[in-house]
Design a binder for this molecule. Structure first.
Ligand code: ADP
Length: 367
């Protein structure tokens, strides 16, 4: 059993502001869980407590049903891959990979098999004789992963392992880590501030802010049903468009009124919004749920508004349109063939079935 459980974990470094606050998570055996959130939200601290590199101020950590709070890092059978790789510069790749096994007095034969197997999995067999300075950043990262694999740990921990790589290598290594997980089927916990990495790698993702886990769910559930405005804005790229306005009722129908435009809210959302009639709300719509009217099949006067198209970014397969009303700016992701006149007015349609509403003071999701 290599399930990892965190129960009511708090961590104070000094003073009375917690770095980690009441974190409760169960990471299932063989699961890939990503801790994601902005810098300083407590991701690394959480990971380091699992590794045994920091002690929780209170709370319990279990691997399977074994309480590990008082078990030293070296006896937890956990391997951690760091952002800076932490390779020994004077040792070649083989020596780097076998180092931990030699310390643990594995037999020469066993070491050789483990190093060669790991090197083969990672496609670095041809680099075993080289020193870290003689290989590329991506290759160094593979060696760092290889050094973790040879130990056959119960749990892998990754702390921003790709952030020192260039954009292309980052995407490539992301896929490699994904494949590695499919192949070795070991529990993995991965820390990143990059929501794309979280979305693409995680079986489940824990979105953190100010030391707390705000939401722990599959990437798609977090994307479709964010628990609050922060999660809604943090997960997804380009980010969800958020606009302040009011809910108004007219002829038994509910509308979102921004001040400059008014769109009809869909009936299934009425029940949850009934306490917000004539009150302020934050309206959210994802960039892919905004269409140029010329390309929309379901435009009606109730879901269409006129905006200014300020900038277009051509992504190849899509265009990003930067649009504005008198009060708000928003971005729409549209087809590559959809090219409105820059600086001109354009009619856009909101897919109101995909609208989100948040309470402006608590920032929690209303619907
Ligand atoms: P993240 O990994 O999400 O960027 P960290 O876990 O590194 O966040 O940090 C969480 C909070 O704890 C931050 O406010 C950070 O400044 C603080 N912190 C982290 N490490 C230490 C430390 N060794 N001593 C004091 N404060 C720390």
């Amino acid at each position: 059993m290599t399930e990892v459980t965190l129960k009511a974990i708090h961590k104070y470094y000094s003073g009375n502001i917690p770095a980690v606050k009441d974190v409760n998570l169960t990471i299932n055996e063989k699961e890939f869980v990503v801790l994601v959130g902005p810098s300083g939200c407590g991701k690394s601290t959480t990971l380091r407590m699992i590794a045994g590199l920091e002690d929780p101020t209170s709370g319990d950590i279990y691997i399977g049903d074994r309480l590990i709070n008082n078990i030293p890092a070296k006896d937890r059978n956990i391997a951690m891959v760091f952002q800076n790789y932490a390779l020994y510069p004077h040792m070649n790749v083989y020596r780097n990979m076998e180092f931990a096994l030699r310390l643990r007095r594995y037999s020469k034969k066993d070491i050789d098999k483990r190093v060669k197997d790991a090197a083969q999995i990672l496609g670095i067999s041809h680099l075993l004789g080289r020193r870290p300075r003689e290989i590329s950043g991506g290759e160094r990262q593979r060696v760092a992963v290889g050094r973790a694999i040879v130990r056959k740990p119960d749990v892998f921990l990754f702390d921003e392992p790709l952030s020192n790589l260039d954009a292309k290598m980052r995407v490539q290594m992301r896929t490699e880590i994904h494949k590695l997980h499919l192949r070795i089927q070991t529990t993995m916990i991965y820390v990143t501030h990059d929501q794309t990495e979280a979305m693409t790698l995680g079986d489940r993702i824990a979105v953190m802010k100010d030391g707390e886990v705000l939401q722990f769910d599959t990437p798609l559930n977090v994307y479709d049903n964010p628990v609050n405005k922060f999660v809604a804005g943090f997960i997804g790229s380009p980010a969800m468009n958020l606009m302040n306005g009011r809910v108004i009722k007219k002829d038994d129908k509910l509308y979102f009124d921004e001040g400059g435009f008014r769109v009809k809210i869909q009936e299934p959302m009425y029940e949850k919004l009934k306490d917000y009639i004539d009150k302020e709300v934050v309206f959210g719509v994802r960039p892919e749920n905004i269409y140029d009217k010329l390309f929309a099949s379901d435009a009606t006067p109730d879901n269409t508004l006129t905006v200014l198209c300020e900038v277009m970014e051509t992504m190849g397969s899509q265009n990003y349109l930067y649009l504005s009303t008198a009060k708000h700016t928003m971005v729409a992701v549209v087809e590559a063939s959809n090219k409105p006149i820059i600086g001109g007015r354009v009619e856009v349609v909101f897919d109101m079935m995909k609208a989100h509403f948040f309470d402006p003071s608590t920032e929690n999701t209303i619907v």
